[in-house]
Structures are given as C-alpha cells and as structure tokens.
Design a protein around this ligand. Structure first.
Ligand SMILES: Nc1ncnc2c1ncn2[C@@H]1O[C@H](COP(=O)(O)OP(=O)(O)OP(=O)(O)O)[C@@H](O)[C@H]1O
Ligand SMILES: [Mg+2]
Length: 314
C-alpha cells in the first residue's frame, strides 16, 4: 500500500469487563476510504475514538499520519478532523459563527478564520443557513455543518462516525458527494456506517467488526467474491417449462435454484461460460428464454452470509 496514513496493529480496548476492541489490525492508504461496518456495540465508535486520540488503547498500537496515537497525540490531532455520532457544534450559534469559532480555537487569526468559514459555507451549500442558529437546521443541514466543522483545519485524515444516520435519501446522497469530493482532493477517510450501501458506494476497503473483532476485511469486490454467487435468472414463460429446464440443467451438473410458483428459474454462475451454456442447453431442447437477468452479489449478501455463519454479536 502506497503511503499508509493509518496503521493499526493488534489494537485492543477494554472498558472494565467489556472488550470493545480485540486484536484489530488494519492499514488505510493515503486518499482512500475505509468503511467500518458492524452492528450496534460492535466497536465502530471505539475504533474511531482511539484513532482520533479521544481515548487511549488498552493494548497494541496505532499510528495516524506517521504519529503514534498515545505518545504523539497532539501531533495526530494536527492532522485529523472528526465528526462524531453525537455532534459537537453549538446549537445556540449560527453555522458561520460556529465555523469561525473553531478556526479561532485552532489558532487562526480572525481574518483567516472568517475566510475559511466563508469558503466552507459555500462549498457545503450552507449559504441560506449561515446566519441562522444551528438549532433551527434540518438534520441534513446539521450534518453538512458537522462535516464543515471537521474540515476547518483542512485535515489530511477525516473520521466520520455514522455521517448519514437518520438522514433522508437525498441528504444522504449530498453527504456522499461531499465525501467523494474531499477524497478526490486527497483526504483519507475512515467512515463508520450501519448502511451497507454507503460502504459499497464510498469505501475502497471495508472491515466488518463483530464484538470488537475484525471478522472480514478487503475491497467490497473481494468480499462479495467470497460469498460469491452471481446468479442468472431466466424467464421461461410457464411453470411447466421451468420444471423441464431444471431437470435438464441438473443433468449438465448445473445447480438451478428452488422452483417457485413463477415462470422464472435461477442458476448460480460459477464461470463466465455458464451463461451461454445454459442458453444453449435450453435452446437445444426447444425451451424459449423470454428474458435473462444476471444478479451480482452485494455487500449485504456478505453481511447476511457472515451472520448466518454464526458471526457473533453482543
Ligand atoms: N465509555 C464507555 N464505557 C463503557 N463501555 C463502553 C464505553 N464506550 C463503549 N463501550 C462499550 O464498548 C462496546 C463497543 O461500543 P461502540 O460504541 O464502539 O460500538 P458501536 O459499533 O459504535 O455501536 P453503535 O452502532 O451503537 O454506535 C459496547 O459494548 C459499548 O457498550
Ligand atoms: Mg457508534
């Protein structure tokens, strides 16, 4: 991996009796997005909190932008931004005032802080809300303000803890586009989410946490390939044709799925040659194919497959 910005080795974090993180290792390359998936209590926020130096690890090590989160926490904080699951902007102040205040707290001059606030208000599309108190914002505006607040310092690495939870589909898409823009400009992002489609859209790599452990990791494509099945579904016009086709395909060692009440039959695709083979076999027997669709596995299938395989939860 070129220039990893985050390197985590055998990280553990316990809160009393609770092992919130157990033996977590991972690396995140510069300008890439790591998606962290898992059920409630899986350890997502804890992982982000340790990396953002909000809480120390119990065992193992983590480096962010080359700096150790325990020994050089202040250095780490100079390179990161964070939006937490529980946001930190001041409700009683306007969006613009919040951004200026954060800039001032980070050591900018009054003028620098104002210029940065202006730029963020415009790039996060908050112009209409700039002078209104944050308490009056909708959920989507509020989330954009949270993101803008985490970008005041132009951080190299951004931690987003459930950035779109509770947002409507349109606001969620807005936030996704903002994140994609930041990444296109070189920001490295760690994003926790309950939404599998969010990880699928934004993440270059994904880790699935369960009870504090990494139970699967890799590119979304790689993970999908592990549960594997692309499926071809043919519409044969009648249930009778489906029964004939299923018997025929079994003779050729293809394994058609269960036969339902409709006129469709699904066949798992194991190699690219399987689709033309299915069509040839059916055609040779005079079974007309009205329609053919090929379905790819989704990250959701991976999630469900792991769950069924006894993937432990709290
Ligand atoms: N400050 C704390 N004190 C005690 N236990 C904690 C603390 N923070 C987290 N935990 C426990 O650690 C485990 C992991 O919690 P964490 O908040 O990291 O999960 P999560 O994946 O972010 O969950 P959610 O999806 O609900 O946000 C849970 O069992 C939680 O109860
Ligand atoms: Mg959480």
């Amino acid at each position: 991996m070129a220039r990893p910005r985050i390197v985590v080795k055998r990280l553990g974090k316990s809160y009393g009796q609770v092992d919130a993180l157990v033996d977590v290792s991972l690396a995140v390359g510069a300008g890439s997005v790591l998606g962290v998936l898992g059920h409630n209590g899986a350890g997502k926020t804890t992982l982000v909190d340790v990396l953002a130096t909000r809480t120390p690890p119990s065992t193992g090590s983590a480096r962010v932008c080359g700096w150790d989160v325990v020994r050089s926490g202040h250095r780490v904080r100079q390179h990161i931004g964070m939006t937490s699951q529980f946001a930190a902007v001041d409700d009683a102040m306007s969006g613009w005032d919040n951004l200026v205040l954060i800039g001032r707290l980070l050591g900018a001059t009054k003028r620098q802080a104002r210029e940065r606030a202006d730029a963020l208000i415009s790039s996060f599309d908050l112009r209409d809300a700039a002078t209104r108190k944050a308490v009056t914002y909708s959920g989507g505006m509020r989330r954009r303000l949270d993101l803008a607040a985490s970008m005041v310092a132009q951080p190299e690495v951004l931690f987003l803890d459930e950035p779109t939870t509770g947002l409507d589909p349109v606001s969620r898409t807005d936030v996704w586009e903002l994140v994609e823009n930041l990444v296109a400009r070189g920001t490295t992002v760690v994003l926790t989410t309950q939404y599998i489609e969010e990880a699928e859209r934004l993440a270059d790599r994904v880790v699935l946490l369960a009870a504090g452990r990494v139970v699967a990791s890799g590119t979304p494509e790689r993970l999908k390939a592990t549960v594997g099945k692309r499926t071809a579904t043919v519409d044969l016009g009648s249930p009778a044709a489906v029964h004939r086709a299923a018997a025929l395909l079994r003779r050729y060692r293809l394994s058609p799925g269960p036969i339902g009440p409709r006129s469709e039959l699904s066949v798992p695709i194991r190699s690219p040659g399987d689709i033309p083979m299915v069509l040839r076999i059916l055609d040779a027997d005079g079974i007309a194919v009205r329609d053919l669709t090929v379905t790819e596995p989704t990250l959701h299938d991976v999630y469900l497959a792991l769950h069924r395989a006894g993937w432990t939860t709290r």
